[in-house]
Design a protein around this ligand. Structure first.
Ligand code: PGA
Length: 254
């Protein structure tokens, strides 16, 4: 099995202001760089603060990503932001298909796929988020939903492209709710995700893809989740807004 580097992302969502985003970035830089110990760390601030956060984190080894991107390079797309704009602001990563984009903004699979392809073509690394709702879990559809979201989101991604993608498994019912998948349930979903990746690409490609868990991961449950064989990191929302909590999760992945 490939040794996969643990990757922890901090998704700040629509939180912070200019001053608190800079302060959080500074604190994360100080708290996480020493504890990272081989763990890759990426933060995803709101668009307006990307540049300042990227400047604050320069030389810390912590990378910066955006929470979303549009699929077109430029033009009449009011309110949207392109891949090259994100790169101009210091981003090397982007989230695609976060559950809040899918379920609050109504983003469909084919748009998520266009964003993934545009990001890869422009040289951004992608965290592609998938996950089932509560009703889908209760109906026993967890693996089928993840499989369908993966196949659609990764449509026409090639062997080089998948090397620049991380998958985040984020059960919708666990995001921001305080509810967490048990380590066993999360591991089972991650193993099924890896099987889909093996089917779409190859066993060896799937073996190299990092799959993060997201959904109320916090200092108290991170170590157990991250010790599962197919859980290669975390995508953290609420607990990423406190540098000390975020640093403890990063340390748990080291
Ligand atoms: P949460 O969010 O940690 O607050 O549940 C995770 C996410 O949405 O990425």
């Amino acid at each position: 099995m490939a040794a996969r580097q643990c990757i922890v992302g901090g998704n700040w969502k629509m939180n912070t202001n200019r001053a608190s985003a800079s302060a959080l970035a500074k604190d994360v830089g100080e708290a996480c760089s020493p504890s990272a110990n081989g763990v890759a760390v990426v933060v995803f601030p709101p668009f307006p603060y990307l540049m300042e956060v990227a400047e604050t984190l320069v030389d810390t080894g912590i990378e910066v990503g955006a929470q979303d991107v549009f699929a077109e390079p430029e033009g009449a797309f009011t309110g949207e932001v392109s891949v090259s704009m994100l790169q101009d602001c210091g981003c090397s990563w982007v989230l695609c298909g976060h559950s809040e984009r899918r379920h609050v903004m109504g983003e469909p699979d084919d748009l998520v796929n266009r964003k993934v392809l545009a990001a890869l073509a422009g040289g951004l690394k992608v965290i592609l988020c998938v996950g089932e709702t509560q009703a889908q879990r209760e109906a026993g559809q967890t693996d089928a939903i993840n499989d369908a979201q993966l196949r659609a989101g990764l449509n026409t991604v090639d062997a080089t492209g998948i090397e620049n993608i991380v998958i985040a498994y984020e059960p919708v019912w666990a995001i921001g709710t305080g509810l967490t998948a048990t380590p066993e349930d999360a591991q089972s979903a991650h193993a099924a995700i890896r099987a889909t990746l093996a089917d779409v690409f190859s066993e060896s490609a799937a073996d190299g893809v990092r799959i993060q868990y997201g959904g109320s991961m916090k200092p108290g449950n991170a170590a157990e989740l991250l010790s599962q064989p197919d859980i290669d990191g975390g995508l953290i929302g609420g607990a990423a807004l406190k540098a000390a909590d975020f640093a403890q999760i990063v340390a748990a992945g080291a």
